[in-house]
Every structure is written in C-alpha cells, then in structure tokens.
Ligand binder design. Sequence first.
Ligand SMILES: Nc1ncnc2c1ncn2[C@@H]1O[C@H](COP(=O)(O)OP(=O)(O)OP(=O)(O)O)[C@@H](O)[C@H]1O
Length: 284
Amino acid sequence: MSYISARDPSLSKDYSYTKVRINLAKHYYTCEDTSKDISEETVNNASENNIVLKKIKGVENLGELYEIKNDITLLCRVPIELPHASNVQENESITRTFKFSKIIGPNSNQTKLFDEVVKGKVLEFINGSNCTLMSYGASGSGKTFTIVGTSEEPGIIPRSLEYLFRTLPTLPEVPLIKPNASGGISYMTEADCLQDKMDRQILLSKHTNMDCALHKQTYKAMQERLSNELVGLIDQPLGPDVMLNVWVSFAEIYNENIYDLLKPHPCKGQSRQKLCLGNVNGDT
Ligand SMILES: Nc1ncnc2c1ncn2[C@@H]1O[C@H](COP(=O)(O)OP(=O)(O)OP(=O)(O)O)[C@@H](O)[C@H]1O
C-alpha cells in the first residue's frame, strides 16, 4: 500500500505528470456469451493473477434475474418489462451467460468472502507481493457494504486492517521510512515525523467531534467482532535488520478527478487539490 505522493509538494518539481488512461476491460476480462440461450462454450479468460469475482446481493426477485449454473457460471435474464434492444421481439426474454473466476452467492457472508478470497491476498501482501482488489458495480449494488461493512458485519477494509496489524510484529511508534513516488523509500527526518504527526492531528480534528466519536465507536465494535479471527503467518521470521512501517493512502475518484481523502478539507471557498496520475520510469 503506498502513500499518495502528491501530498508532498516538492514532488511536482521532479516528476512529470501525464494523463494516463488504462482500459481495464483488457486487464480484468470476463467473457460474455451474447447468444440468447445458454452456451457452455464460453471461455473464462480470467488469468491466475486476475481473479474476477461476481458477488450477488440478495434481492427479492433474484431468481427471475439470475441463475447460478455452477461456481463460475452465471445466467442473467434481462427482465421482459425493460426496454429491449431493437432486434429483440416483444415478450422475448434475453439471457446472457457470464463466466467468472468464482461466484459468491447471496447466501455467503462477509466472513466467508474474506476468508475465501481476501485473506490469502493480504497474507501474500504481507509476504512481499503486490495485490489489488477492485470493487465495481452499479449504484446500490453493495460495494460499500462489501468493502466497508457495518459494525455487525465488518467488510473487507476493517478485516484486512485487523488481519494485517495482528499478523505483523509490533510496529515502531515513530515511522522511520516512507514510500516515495518512484516506488522506493525515503528515510524520514525528525522534522518529517513531526510534520506527519501534525498532519494527522489536523486531519482528525477537522471532523466534528460527533463524527470522530461515531467513527471510533463503529471501528471499536468492528474490532471486537473480529477479535477472535485467526492471524496469519509470516513466511520468514523478521531479522533484527528488517524495518517495518505501514503507510496507507485513501483517495476518491469523483467526476474523473482524484482527491486525497487523507488531506484535510480546504478552508471555506477554496477548492480541493486535484491529484494527477504520474508516469515514473514507465510505471503509473
Ligand atoms: N450483501 C448484502 N447484504 C445485505 N445488505 C446489503 C448487501 N449488499 C448491500 N446491501 C445493502 O444495500 C444497500 C446499498 O448498498 P451499498 O451502499 O453498499 O451500495 P454501493 O454499491 O456502495 O452504492 P453507491 O455506488 O451508490 O455508493 C445498503 O443499504 C446495504 O446495506
């Protein structure tokens, strides 16, 4: 997990920011058979590294809309009452078959999802691999529920954080190193540490007391729920020469602009600073 570089104003001098657009469909491809009847010939193109999951939220008319053929095949029906494509007869229903790496059915829950899909990835991350998990779906389809969850049913973020921090050995209170924009690390001076501490205090004080208390209360309840979950095992015990620091970034993409959510809100009348995607040594 990296730290958003644009929080450091000095970086803009050293790096050229470019418009970088990636067609994610090419990377995260789920094969679709557009024929009207189910065909078993569809091919699953999700590779070992690109796992495409379909999570199905329980809704009343689920059976009319979806049929889970097996662990990886989903049949979707476009409801007859919806406007159809021009080449489809009236009263004719359309069905489409989609293949995924795995289908998480409506009877699954947050614990199963985390244990079956995410936990292994967090462990891989702890042991040195890069992992990305992206949640994509229409408004109201359950992204926030799945990723954040509730006090009663904590989602992927609180579960990952608890798993991460309970698996790692105790971390130093003062950070000594920090990721930089070129993918390396920089050592922090005493002044950097002080600045970072002040940034954190400002960030937390910018919430109203009510918000802050509510967030803490919710997270505490989540932590209590997760306190009996098993921790992971680090591949190799860390030697005395290994230094561990954890940094997180939290960004929002809104109307095609990227904003750092860990940067305090600007004063009234000022607009939020937009972040740019940068290209450093060929990496975005
Ligand atoms: N698996 C689930 N079980 C129970 N309730 C769910 C589930 N998934 C979503 N919900 C409920 O459905 C509603 C919409 O879900 P949510 O807010 O997570 O959608 P979203 O995809 O984040 O929407 P938006 O993009 O508009 O923010 C919420 O009330 C949420 O609690």
